[in-house]
Design a protein around this ligand. Structure first.
Ligand code: HEC
Ligand code: HEC
Length: 665
């Protein structure tokens, strides 16, 4: 530690004045005498919500959507808040000097922070199913006080506020919900059921429409906020695949889900960007969502047996970087016809995590490559206009533009760093790095950190020829919801989180008694060169250890809708009843580790029996069966031709109860 540095020990964290911090520019104007800390403010009147703002600080915030790195502009100070997912903390920094001012330890993993104009900060705690309402007070050197907590649905993630500051939108990934809250009290006004795995959310310039990015499913959800009964509209960001001559006039081949012919996944960030005009006058703007697009059935391969996952090989790629641009008026992707799955290169941004715009320069932060790519925000297909790329710290999760200092600031969660990229035209992308305060003992063991890096590595030719990472198909250890052409036939991606730490067999066929065998085969199927180099064996072991460590979100403390507990209890009864026969093979969420022929096999395939799948987290792993033939659990339970257990004869109500039980596993 440096001599001049005044370390403030805060619990497990120690703030070390980072040697890498750029020299502070002009000192900010001296703050006015500190008013009493908010904690000692007069007790709010009994009828006032504990969540309500203590006083309006008239803060100008630059973004209406949450992120892991946010900028808050106060009349006399500009602050940065960084969500430290790995160490469960929020770092407060001076946005000009980048000096770290305080660390606030949290009870769980923060997913996003959203500063409100009245000075409060909203924080989603992903693993605690909580929304925190915090008040940084007037002394940014102090840890941030929590005003109140609100329970959420399971796996809260994205946050957004309406332009008038009255309404807050909140997504919950695992429970696929959008909640609309009163910004003052944070009481829920309405909850909307969304398609699977929502992440980032934004509210339009007129405050009337919510747009939600999804980790899987290839669509952006659109919700009319003002109309109570309005349904969720889905905008598929990829155009339908043109039919070949042979297919014309014929019904679509298996697998059935048409939205998956040309697919997209990895939607985290979403933002409305005004092209022409400024501020609220610029509406209608365009909505941008960086994703990865793919063609999992490249050869229409339901009956063919390609040598790689998705076909391809020999330079033919099945996945590519992509930024969806949506015309909010037409509620349709812009210039979609122009956008092809481009030949992917290992350096492509196929795990985009965060996005920001500065003067028509569109910046996307990419996991896997640890790069920020700069694109043209005016283009119909921005990804084809790459102008520059900037190296950042490992595991970027947040990106914010600091217009006053003409720079982009990037938070890298894994390396615990902020990279400041100079955006001045003559700066040639010069960047500086600042290491955030960190606990003495890393949150992740060295082996798991090594495994995680590999799981997300998009440029490791040992694992794939075209840059695909494990996280491309198993995002966050979950599943991409796609059915891939494989050497065994069409195969739906299996959820790893919460399931891989068990005895085999592995894979749909259950051909692999231990996970190691399956992953070795995966690498072969991705045409990777294998882990034969020096250090390769340790890397492979670390990768397997990381996969085993992946967990599904906890439901503890989450909101459960009225009547659902009773429905789940009824469903559980049915699951263990003789009449349905489910528990002969499925031991609750576990598997009997045996193979069975449940009449689902295809005559082309090498055998007709499959390993009983583990059902943990099955609610979030649609579509179902090895070939993804059922879009929903209700479809699976209602199929009159099914030879798996007996559920089609149950009353519709009992089938719904059984589905509710399965969703709770
Ligand atoms: C192209 C998409 C894709 C990529 C990339 C991918 N997987 Fe998979 N994964 C799948 C599919 C599809 C299955 C089911 C395959 C089967 O049963 O034949 C699967 C199954 C698995 C399973 C078996 C799970 C179980 O419970 O039976 C493991 C473990 C696994 N993958 C790990 C990995 C790892 C580690 C990587 C990175 C090296 C990886 N996968 C990369 C698509 C992918
Ligand atoms: C004879 C053993 C057996 C019985 C009985 C059985 N299952 Fe299955 N289950 C399987 C096998 C094998 C598969 C995989 C089939 C495939 O993918 O083709 C499966 C797949 C599933 C899946 C899809 C999992 C996924 O991730 O796609 C669900 C859900 C499921 N079973 C629920 C049930 C329910 C509910 C019952 C009772 C009505 C039941 N099963 C009875 C063996 C069984």
């Amino acid at each position: 530690m440096r001599v001049l540095c005044l370390p403030i020990a805060l619990g497990a964290f120690a703030i070390a004045c980072a040697g890498a911090a750029p020299p502070a520019p002009e000192p900010p104007p001296a703050p006015p005498p500190a008013p009493p800390a908010s904690a000692s403010a007069p007790a709010p009147a009994a009828e006032t919500s504990a969540c309500a703002p203590r006083r309006d600080r008239a803060i100008t915030t630059t973004s209406r959507s949450g992120s892991t790195l946010v900028l808050e502009e106060r009349p006399n100070k500009r602050l940065l808040y960084a969500a430290d997912e790995e160490n469960h903390a929020i770092h407060t920094l001076d946005a000009d000097s980048l000096a770290e001012l305080a660390v606030t330890e949290l009870a769980g993993r923060p997913a996003q922070i959203l500063p409100l104009r009245d000075g409060r900060l909203l924080v989603t705690l992903r693993d605690r199913n909580r929304l925190l309402v915090m008040d940084p007070g007037d002394q940014p050197e102090r840890p941030i006080a929590t005003l109140c907590e609100r329970p959420t649905y399971t796996d809260p993630f994205g946050l957004a506020v309406s332009p008038d500051g009255a309404r807050v939108a909140l997504t919950a990934g695992f429970d696929h919900r959008l909640s609309l809250l009163d910004a003052r009290t944070l009481d829920s006004a309405r909850t909307i059921d969304l398609p699977a795995e929502p992440r980032g959310v934004m509210l339009s310039g007129d405050g009337e429409t919510a747009y939600v990015a999804h980790l899987v499913g290839g669509a952006v959800s659109v919700v009319d906020v003002a109309r109570q009964e309005s349904a969720v509209q889905r905008i598929f960001v990829r155009p339908p695949k043109p039919k070949t001559e042979a297919q014309k006039g014929k019904a679509a081949p298996k697998p059935i889900n048409p939205s998956q012919e040309l697919a997209a996944a990895q939607g985290f960030a979403i933002a409305e960007i005004a092209i022409g005009g400024e501020g609220d006058k610029a509406w209608p703007a365009r909505v941008f969502a960086p994703m990865a697009s793919s063609d999992p059935m490249r050869f229409g391969a339901e009956a063919s047996f390609p040598s790689t996952y998705g076909g391809g090989g020999g330079g033919v790629a099945v996945i590519g970087a992509f930024v969806a641009v949506i015309d909010p008026k037409a509620k349709a992707p812009l210039g979609a016809e122009a956008v092809k799955v481009r030949e992917s290169r290992p350096e492509d941004c196929i795990l985009p995590r965060a996005m920001a715009v500065h003067e028509r320069r569109l910046f996307v932060a990419c996991m896997g490559t640890d790069m920020v790519v700069e694109l043209d925000a005016n283009a119909a297909d921005p990804i084809s206009t790459e102008r520059a790329r900037y190296r950042v710290g490992a595991g970027p999760t947040g990106l914010v533009i600091d217009a006053a200092n003409k720079r982009a600031l990037v938070l890298s969660d894994w390396s615990g760093e902020i990279t400041a990229i100079d955006l001045a035209p003559d700066a040639k992308g010069a960047s500086k790095r600042l290491r955030l305060a960190h606990p003495d003992k890393p949150a992740l063991s060295a082996e798991l950190a090594r495994g995680r890096k590999l799981f997300y590595a998009t440029r490791d030719v040992r694992m794939s020829f075209d840059g695909r990472a494990c996280a491309s198909c198993h995002p966050e250890g979950r599943a991409d919801g796609l059915t891939w052409a494989t050497p065994d036939g069409p195969r739906q991606t299996i959820v790893l989180a919460g399931r891989a730490d068990r005895q085999g067999p592995f894979g749909w066929f259950g051909d692999h008694p231990v996970m190691k065998n399956h992953v070795s085969l995966t690498v072969e199927r991705l045409h990777g060169s294998g882990f034969h180099d020096r250090g390769g064996a340790e890397d492979f072991a670390a990768l397997l250890a990381y996969v085993r460590s992946l967990r599904l979100p906890s439901r503890a403390g989450a909101i459960v809708d009225e009547g659902v507990e009773a429905q789940r209890a009824r469903g559980r009864e049915l699951f263990y009843a003789k009449e349905t026969d489910c528990s002969t093979c499925h031991l609750g969420d576990a598997t009997d580790a045996k193979h069975h022929d449940v009449g689902s096999g295809d005559p082309h395939e090498k055998h007709r029996f499959f390993a009983t799948p583990a059902l943990r987290g099955v609610g979030a792993s649609a579509p179902y069966f090895h070939d993804g033939r059922y879009a929903t659990l209700l479809d699976l339970l209602s199929d009159p031709n099914s030879k798996m257990g007996r559920s089609a004869n149950l009353s519709p109500e009992d089938r719904r109860a059984l589905a509710a039980y399965l969703e709770s596993l």
